[in-house]
Design a binder for this molecule. Structure first.
Ligand code: LLP
Length: 386
């Protein structure tokens, strides 16, 4: 995972920092692009997963579009050079300012999440003498079988328009002169590892596409969202099986000749390409517990505290020594949830050892905070190490 050169370079750097393996990122992106090309599928990168400049530049160069969830992300996508006709804008709470900004930039499409939002976009587009392209985000009530905090496609979730509201949605579309309906959008959750879930999604997408077509709408875009998971337990299993993932959609979606299939992948593209590198500040050996206290905490990597998420932890200063001691690995923040792992088996660890928290490329750096007035986290790139 880390070369000897990387590790000896790390020893000269101030910690903590995010280490990016841009070579692996490139390989992951190319693998995904090749797999998608086989079926002529369109991929938009879900920028929320990671908006690091160098990461975005590589993704843009691959030719993917951008899936944004805020005005800030739309602006960033444009600044990086993503083509405007490959930018989509989702989110349950788009403000008037954000909608106006996206209209001014003539982005490809708004993924609309409520009937009221349709009315607002129609009104704001009208004021600008524009026609806004919209896709309807439908809540398909499909269980993603993932952590409940990152499930989005069930009736009890706030996302999308529920099936019982579709007749009113169709009526609203028909009477909105400043909207151009282009298709339907879904996103049922994140870190999905059971691919069968996507078969269930395809069945629902087929039904909803049919529903709109029967009512005289042309469904040009089938946007099935993202959510493909990564293997956090085996970070060396680095590139997700994009071929198997896309094949499911090819096998189970009914795609008409005039239709395009769009994806919004985040985690699967960037997740394995980064690790958070931290140093051991203190080791406390107790009677009941041994603690390793790191110089990185929930302020740098929030996922374990927020979702009890697992990130594999390794002592990269002692790669050749056996895992012989159990530690609770914690951060320095004054919160009990500031814990990266309990009873983690590691080699006997000393102050100053370097610890890697693996698979942090998605929802890592972007979710860092300044709580406790912590300093900005820096990034290091493998391609800059010589
Ligand atoms: N499209 C939409 C509409 C989304 O809401 C999301 C993620 C994606 C695409 C990309 O999903 P992905 O392929 O990355 O699974 N912070 C959480 C994950 C939140 C995901 C939010 N939506 C975490 O750290 O696990």
């Amino acid at each position: 995972m880390f070369s000897d050169k990387d590790i000896s370079h790390f020893a000269s750097l101030e910690t903590p920092f995010y280490f990016y393996d841009l070579t692996l990122l490139q390989k992951t992106l190319s693998t995904c692009a090749d797999a998608a090309k086989l079926y002529n599928f369109h991929v938009h990168y879900a920028m929320k997963a990671n908006f690091n400049q160098r990461v975005l530049e590589k993704i843009k160069a691959t030719g993917f579009g951008a899936d944004c969830v805020s005005g800030g992300e739309v602006s960033k996508a444009i600044e990086i050079g993503f083509s405007k006709d490959q930018i989509v804008f989702a989110g349950v709470g788009k403000s008037d300012k954000e909608i106006n900004g996206a209209l001014d930039n003539d982005i490809f499409c708004f993924n609309v999440e409520s009937i009221q939002e349709l009315e607002v976009i129609n009104e704001l587009a009208g004021k600008k003498n524009k026609k806004a392209r919209v896709a309807i985000r439908i809540n398909p009530n499909v269980d993603a079988h993932t952590h409940h905090n990152i499930t989005t496609g069930l009736d009890e979730n706030k996302f999308g328009i529920n099936s019982w509201d579709l007749p009113l949605c169709a009526e609203t579309l028909k009477k909105s002169p400043n909207l151009e309906f282009i298709g339907i959008h879904f996103h049922i959750g994140s870190q999905i590892t059971n691919l069968d879930v996507y078969k269930n999604l395809c069945v629902r997408v087929n039904e909803f596409a049919e529903w709109f077509e029967e009512r005289g709408f042309t469904v040009k875009v089938l946007n099935v969202g993202g959510g493909l998971g990564i293997d956090y337990h085996n970070p060396e299993q680095q590139i997700p099986d994009f071929a198997a993932y896309f094949k499911i959609f090819s096998d189970f979606l009914n795609v008409r000749s005039n239709q395009e299939v769009h994806f919004e992948l985040g985690r699967a593209l960037v997740g394995q390409s980064s690790s958070l590198i931290s140093k051991v500040l203190y080791v406390k050996n107790g009677k009941k517990k041994n603690f390793i206290i790191l110089d990185a905490g929930m302020t740098e990597l929030m996922r374990p505290a927020l979702y009890q998420a697992y990130h594999k932890i390794s002592n990269i200063s002692r790669v050749s020594e056996p895992n012989s001691v159990k530690y609770d690995v914690v951060g320095p923040i004054c919160e009990s949830t500031d814990c990266f792992g309990k009873e983690v088996e590691l080699p006997g660890t000393l102050r100053g050892d370097l610890i890697a928290l693996n698979s942090t490329g998605a929802y890592g750096e972007v979710m860092a905070s300044h709580y406790n007035l912590r300093e900005n986290i820096v990034s290091v790139y493998n391609t800059d190490i010589d």
